[in-house]
Ligand binder design. Sequence first.
Ligand SMILES: *[C@@H]1O[C@H](CO)[C@@H](O)[C@H](O)[C@H]1NC(C)=O
Ligand SMILES: *[C@@H]1O[C@H](CO)[C@@H](O)[C@H](O)[C@H]1NC(C)=O
Ligand SMILES: *[C@@H]1O[C@H](CO)[C@@H](O)[C@H](O)[C@H]1NC(C)=O
Ligand SMILES: *[C@@H]1O[C@H](CO)[C@@H](O)[C@H](O)[C@H]1NC(C)=O
Ligand SMILES: *[C@@H]1O[C@H](CO)[C@@H](O)[C@H](O)[C@H]1NC(C)=O
Ligand SMILES: *[C@@H]1O[C@H](CO)[C@@H](O)[C@H](O)[C@H]1NC(C)=O
Length: 363
Amino acid sequence: MALQNLILLFFSLLIIVQFPSSTAQNVVKATYWFPDSGISASDINSTLFTHIFCAFADLNPQTYEVTISSSNQNSFSTFTNTVQQNNPSIKTLLSIGGGSSNASDFAAMASQASSRKTFIDSSIRIARSYGFYGLDLDWESPRNDSEMSNMGLLLDEWRTAVANESSESPLLLTAAVYYSSVLNSVSFPVDSIGNNLDWINIMAYDYYMPSWSKVTGAHALLYDQPNRISTSSGVDSWTGSGLSAKKMVLGMPYYGYAWTLVDPANHGIGSAATGPALSDSGAVRYVDIKAFIQNNSATLVYNSTVVANYCYAGTTWIGFDDVEAISTKVSYAKGKGLLGYFTWHVANDDNWVLSQAAYSGWN
Ligand SMILES: *[C@@H]1O[C@H](CO)[C@@H](O)[C@H](O)[C@H]1NC(C)=O
Ligand SMILES: *[C@@H]1O[C@H](CO)[C@@H](O)[C@H](O)[C@H]1NC(C)=O
Ligand SMILES: *[C@@H]1O[C@H](CO)[C@@H](O)[C@H](O)[C@H]1NC(C)=O
Ligand SMILES: *[C@@H]1O[C@H](CO)[C@@H](O)[C@H](O)[C@H]1NC(C)=O
Ligand SMILES: *[C@@H]1O[C@H](CO)[C@@H](O)[C@H](O)[C@H]1NC(C)=O
Ligand SMILES: *[C@@H]1O[C@H](CO)[C@@H](O)[C@H](O)[C@H]1NC(C)=O
């Protein structure tokens, strides 16, 4: 063997030894997509993301198997191929559950070893047969200490089963969780999360809603006074509970909430309001907020103290994240040493403006 070849072999081995196919992640720039969200998978500009969550698979409440509804069969089975057309290195994950799924069913599944095994085995089978690179638990949310500790057991067994596949590319395991590590005085199973998940998606939004708040609110503000809800206080609680920053992916909303002002002349954050505007819940997609501003020549404000945007015209007031809030949060996440960010949800963007701001904010 020529010396050159030996040297080549030596360096190849060195590379293999130094860089095993580990699960260590580079920065995560992720988003969620679901059918009927307004765009099809082929419309997603996948060059702007490293990971995409395909939402949602379901939990069968009788058998505890993970299933994909018949209406989602086609779009889910082609999802990975479709989004990889323009970005072959993008990784897809299948999200299970979601905000409108039944938390009691997840609690029941997690309470017994046999149903946990059914859930786990079926989730891995589905992920592999549909070509996903990972699985995302969207159990929203465990409600007391026993449910939280059962979630911990579920994650222990899920990781064991994924490792037991002995695949060169083990499935990624993630979970979407509350903005804080403590929910109604109950702590998440932080040790199990740290040991078993690749990361958590921190749902850092919906702090204020017009359905119950009688004053206007920035529903995803980054900073506030001590003892008031904010994204930074949530991240601090996760850090304080012992979770590594490298396991945290910060959520950002592509939507806002519209309130009806009591007095159009009183239009700051915290102004008196009578209830929702523009939709039943007041929720408005970012793309529609931009159209509202255009149509009504609304005044657009960025409050850099709390890191939130809002706009108003007449008696309508909308709190949301525009380019400034998104960019500042991405800088914050990077500065804090987090793993990355995700957005909910991709179809609400306006001509990729927010996705581009987020992407270019973290190099
Ligand atoms: C997708 O994003 C890239 C990167 O920002 C951009 O260059 C490209 O024009 C976008 N494609 C579409 C179809 O918007
Ligand atoms: C959730 O599931 C439980 C048990 O199956 C059921 O009793 C309850 O009514 C369900 N809740 C909703 C909101 O569907
Ligand atoms: C936890 O909460 C669930 C749902 O509210 C309830 O069924 C269960 O009994 C609770 N467990 C404990 C130990 O409080
Ligand atoms: C590990 O894999 C083997 C062979 O596929 C299987 O029989 C066993 O049940 C698996 N164990 C776990 C804990 O998933
Ligand atoms: C930003 O919002 C905070 C909280 O409502 C408020 O106290 C502050 O005056 C605002 N700053 C500006 C420049 O509007
Ligand atoms: C903005 O105006 C366009 C054109 O009249 C209309 O189709 C759209 O519904 C309006 N959107 C909002 C949010 O006001």
